[in-house]
Every structure is written in C-alpha cells, then in structure tokens.
Design a protein around this ligand. Structure first.
Ligand SMILES: NC(=O)c1ccc[n+]([C@@H]2O[C@H](COP(=O)([O-])OP(=O)(O)OC[C@H]3O[C@@H](n4cnc5c(N)ncnc54)[C@H](O)[C@@H]3O)[C@@H](O)[C@H]2O)c1
Length: 243
C-alpha cells in the first residue's frame, strides 16, 4: 500500500518500540522519513534496515529539537508529518521523585515534544497536508501507581496537542494514547509472566498491545483518510479506559 506516498516525515524515538514500528509502517506505505533518537547504536541499525536517513539527538537538550528539525527538513526537502514518539517512563513513588527527575521526565516527554512542534512549524506551514502526531498515553487520562511525573507529562502532551489543533490549523494535530504495549519501555516488568497476565486482564480484550497496533493508527492519522481529524485523542488500549 502506498497511502503515504509523497509524505515527508520525521519520526522521533525511532530506535525502539512504537517509534521504530511507526518508521517501518511509514516506509511500507511509501513515506520518505528521517528517524531520530538519542540511542546511536540502535538508531543506526534501524536506519540501515529501513534504508532511511537518521539523526542522532537528545531532544531533551535545549536547542537540539531545532537543530534536528533543520537538518531533517534539509535532507527530506520538506516536511508533512511529525511523529513525536520519544519518551521515558519513571515509575516510582511520588515521594522519591526529586526535582532533577521531574525535570528529566518533563524535558523529554513534554518540552521535547513542544520544541519539536515549534521547530517544525515553518516547514509544516509550507505543506498542504501537514500533521503532527503526538504519542501521549492512557496515563494522560487515568493515573497508575507510581507514575505521577509520567502521567502529568502525558496529560500535558494531550492538552498541548488539543491547543495546537486549535492554534495551528490547517496543520492537523492529534494525540494517540496507547495502553500497555510490549516495547523497550515495558520489558522490565512485562518479562514477569504473572505481571503480564494481570496487565492483559486490565482491558476487555485481555490483550497486551504491540507496537504495530500504534504504528497503524499513526499511519492512518498522517494519511488523507484522516483529513477531517484534528484535535482528536485516539485511545488504543483494548478497552482499558472505556469505563
Ligand atoms: N510502551 C507502552 O506501554 C507505552 C504506553 C503509552 C505510551 N507510550 C509512549 O510511547 C512512546 C514510545 O515509547 P516506547 O514504548 O516505544 O518506548 P521505547 O523505550 O521502546 O522507545 C522510546 C525511544 O525514545 C528514545 N528517547 C528517549 N528519550 C529521548 C530523548 N531525550 N531524545 C531522543 N530520543 C529519546 C529512546 O532512546 C527510545 O529509543 C513514549 O512517548 C511512551 O511514553 C508507551
């Protein structure tokens, strides 16, 4: 399928998990992409597998998103879609999360996303089919134990997405809220079979998400099929948050 033919895209967090799977799906569907991550070794492997350009960058560092976007747009020759998938999870009791850790979580999950959106604006404004897809989380909707900083950062991404949908139109801005998905972020606790079973039981489908489940939604949101979708929050969680 070539539904993303003619789309130039930047995908962050593409060395692993959801970002990597989204990069694969975009390439399959005919997009031209640049993949971005701070993990050089893994990113180089993904870029080689997919035969796409890559840029190594820590998006939590001030100035890095602007430099990454400038370089990516130069290599792509324009920009239609920005997928912000880079993120970190901190899961520990509130009272043990000090100021440095709050700053780290927000620097990546919230300010990194905002800075990428801002840096991409001039290039997106020049596109007739521009869209931004921000990967938030079900934690933006419903907290879970030990995720105060993470959940607050993801709620920020969700509201940022809605705000930008209003302010930046006709650039479409949407948020995807994944439930629990098998990726590098979750492999620590998901390797325990009992935890896996109880996590699957948290949704009506009794299923754990795969990165591909999120990648397909991102490809749809970038396509013309989603031309009337703006400011949406698409929850992909097997039904975990329906009640
Ligand atoms: N896996 C889940 O269950 C789940 C659920 C809801 C939301 N999410 C969100 O999905 C997104 C992708 O996560 P994932 O599950 O694929 O995790 P992952 O750990 O497999 O991938 C995240 C990638 O982001 C990169 N990254 C982290 N900080 C960065 C930085 N400062 N600069 C550049 N790159 C950076 C990492 O190197 C990694 O390659 C994240 O925003 C995460 O919060 C994941």
């Amino acid at each position: 399928m070539t539904r993303l033919a003619g789309i130039n895209a930047i995908i962050t967090g593409a060395a692993s998990g959801i970002g990597k799977s989204t990069a694969e799906r975009f390439v399959e569907q005919g997009a031209k992409i640049v993949v971005v991550d701070r993990d050089r070794a893994k990113l180089e492997r993904v870029a080689a597998e997919l035969n796409v350009e890559h840029i190594v960058g820590d998006l939590a560092q001030r100035g890095s998103p602007a430099a990454v976007v400038e370089e990516a747009v130069a290599r792509l020759g324009g920009l239609d879609t920005l997928v912000n998938a880079a993120g970190i999870l901190v899961s520990q009791p509130f009272e043990t999360i000090d100021e440095d850790l709050w700053e780290q979580v927000f620097a990546v999950n919230m300010f990194g996303v905002a800075s990428m959106c801002r840096a991409a604006l001039p290039a997106l404004r020049a596109s007739s089919k521009a869209s931004i897809i921000n990967i938030a989380s079900v934690n933006a909707l419903r907290p879970s134990e030990g995720t105060s900083a993470y959940s607050a950062s993801k709620a920020g991404v969700l509201m940022l997405s809605r705000s930008l949908a209003e302010e930046l139109a006709p650039i479409r801005v949407n948020a995807v809220c994944p439930g629990i998905v098998d990726t590098g972020m979750t492999e620590g606790f998901m390797s325990d079979p009992e935890i896996r079973t109880s996590i699957a039981a948290m949704n009506a489908l009794n299923t754990i998400g795969k990165p591909e489940d999120i990648a397909g939604v991102c490809a749809f949101l970038a396509s013309d099929d989603a031309r009337f979708i703006n400011g949406a929050q698409i929850t992909v969680d097997g039904g975990m948050t329906y009640s």
